[in-house]
Design a protein around this ligand. Structure first.
Ligand SMILES: Cc1cc2nc3c(=O)[nH]c(=O)nc-3n(C[C@H](O)[C@H](O)[C@H](O)COP(=O)(O)OP(=O)(O)OC[C@H]3O[C@@H](n4cnc5c(N)ncnc54)[C@H](O)[C@@H]3O)c2cc1C
Ligand code: SF4
Length: 453
């Protein structure tokens, strides 16, 4: 299989028989603890019960009305620490380790139901009566899409402004295609477009009047969901180096038509990825799939302290990634032509726990060494663009440039402007962004009703 083919499609999901068999294992708990484990209130307890009793359209309706990104969440949610963590079948298996119980695979059932709806042409939403109020949504990532869909279902006139050529945010320009492919995204987008939302792509909201000007231009409320698109860097002020990439740039190249460029750069080369989170895992695994000669994951703490999910860590190991743990990158080594040739590392040992409870990596004096590398990808976190507060100058932000909101409503410090997703939480999850969009949409409806009264 060619490298390009490896990036085209994600694995197939459950078929009807598999989904029914899995739903049949559900213990039908009266209090559905799995539903409490879902940050977006998608209500797996209800949709699994409906599937079990063969009410498939009812099950699809439950998901889509609670979570417009139900398909994406079914594929991408780290379910082991969300809904499936609360599953009684899992808790039973802990008591009886010799038994065959394991948590119900909720994400896979959810994905099946959404795909089944697409295959059968089932339409969940009917066209609502149009309302006069207009709402602007900035950003077409999961938070913006969720907020827009929630409002559009009630007939509000919603316009989404998106600076990139296509909608979807990180789902389109970040997550690698073998985990979440374009065909799937397009179908989920179509469900949202059917609600009558207006999309204005290639339209960046910018300038000192940016967000507030939307209110002056006739929008009755604004939702901000711009996400985090700047990369944290080891040496932020260093000049550009050939062969050094931020995770944002490297992953975008796989998705936005520059696949061949990055394949040529990585093929048969030594790649080092700095970081220990899920994004670093996407970077190392994709480097393997791009035919790199050797791929190193460089992390300053130990294996058990890595923020990446356990299955991601194991998958990367099995793919042949070399883990260089307890090593702190301190500098980039370059040739005279400013091409990257290596990464300077210092070995670390773990000291006392920091405020996060994790033991702090301490540099071991005199232990520095150089890892030869042709490509280095920095996957040490995404952050708000330094300039982002300039287009919402009156909206209060914290010292990380994250927007401050009322947690119950998503209301910012400016009347009529709401916000959600990564820009209020820092790097988080699709399902949390969906919930923020829902919370803000509910608050926007209340706000607009009060304005009318
Ligand atoms: C590589 C990667 C992999 C991930 N994998 C997972 C995963 O497997 N599971 C999971 O649950 N989460 C995952 N996440 C996290 C998840 O994708 C984010 O939490 C989620 O996308 C945040 O949604 P959002 O709506 O806040 O912003 P985003 O998805 O970032 O979307 C924001 C949108 O706003 C647009 N925008 C920004 N500024 C402006 C402006 N001024 N004017 C107009 N448009 C603007 C951007 O172009 C973008 O399209 C991953 C994140 C990354 C980076
Ligand atoms: S949205 Fe995610 S966390 Fe919620 S029930 Fe579905 S798979 Fe689980």
């Amino acid at each position: 299989m060619s490298a390009a083919d490896r990036f085209k499609h994600m694995n197939k999901g459950f078929d009807l028989g598999q989904a029914l068999a899995e739903a049949d294992r559900c213990l039908l708990c009266h209090d559905a603890p799995c539903s409490r484990g879902c940050p977006a209130e998608t209500d797996p307890g209800a949709f699994i019960r409906k599937l079990r009793f063969q009410n498939i359209t009812g099950a699809i309706r439950t998901i889509k009305t609670n979570n417009i990104m139900g398909g994406a969440c079914g594929v991408l949610c780290p379910t082991a620490r969300l809904c499936e963590k609360e599953c009684s079948a899992r808790l039973k298996s802990l008591e009886r380790p010799e038994g065959a119980d394991s948590p119900i695979q909720i994400g896979k059932i959810q994905r099946f139901l959404i795909e089944h709806g697409w295959q059968t042409g089932f339409q969940v939403f009917e066209k609502p009566a149009a309302r006069p109020e207009k709402v602007a949504v900035v950003g077409s990532g999961p938070s913006g899409l969720s907020c827009a869909a929630e409002l559009a279902q009630d007939g509000y006139q919603v316009t989404i402004f998106e600076e990139r050529p296509e909608p979807g945010g990180v789902l389109r320009y970040g997550v690698v295609a073998y985990r979440f492919d374009m065909a799937f995204l397009e179908k989920e987008m179509q469900d949202i477009k059917n609600l009558g939302i207006t999309f204005q792509c290639n339209h960046r909201i910018d300038g000192p009047e940016g967000a507030e000007k939307l209110l002056q231009d006739g929008f009755d409320a604004v939702f901000l969901g711009p996400g985090l698109w700047d990369a944290a860097r080891l040496k932020p002020d260093a000049p550009a180096i050939d062969g050094l990439y931020s995770s944002v740039k490297y992953l975008s190249m796989l998705r936005d038509g520059r696949f061949n460029d990055i394949h040529q750069k990585v093929k048969d080369k030594t790649v080092a990825v700095i970081g220990g989170g899920s994004v670093a895992m996407d970077c190392v695994e994709s480097a393997v799939k791009l035919d790199a000669k050797d791929v190193y994951l460089v992390y300053r703490r130990s294996y058990s302290q890595m923020p990446a999910e356990s299955d991601e860590r194991i998958e990367a190991l099995e793919a042949g990634v070399h883990y260089l743990l307890l090593n702190q990158p301190v500098d980039f080594i370059t040739s005279k032509q400013n091409c990257l040739t290596g990464l300077k590392l210092v070995r670390t040992q773990l000291g006392a726990p920091d405020e996060s409870g994790r033991r702090t990596p301490e540099l071991i004096k005199g232990s520095d060494w150089v890892l030869d590398a042709d490509i280095v990808v920095e996957a040490i976190g995404n952050k708000a663009e330094d300039a982002s507060p300039q287009w919402y100058p009156n909206v209060k932000v914290n010292n990380r440039n994250l927007i401050e909101v009322d947690a119950e409503t998503g209301q910012t410090s400016v009347k009529g402007i709401f916000a959600g997703g990564d820009i209020i939480r820092g790097p988080a999850l699709v399902v949390q962004a969906v919930q923020d969009g829902k919370v803000a949409a509910k608050a926007i409806k209340t706000y607009l009703n009060k304005q009318e009264a």
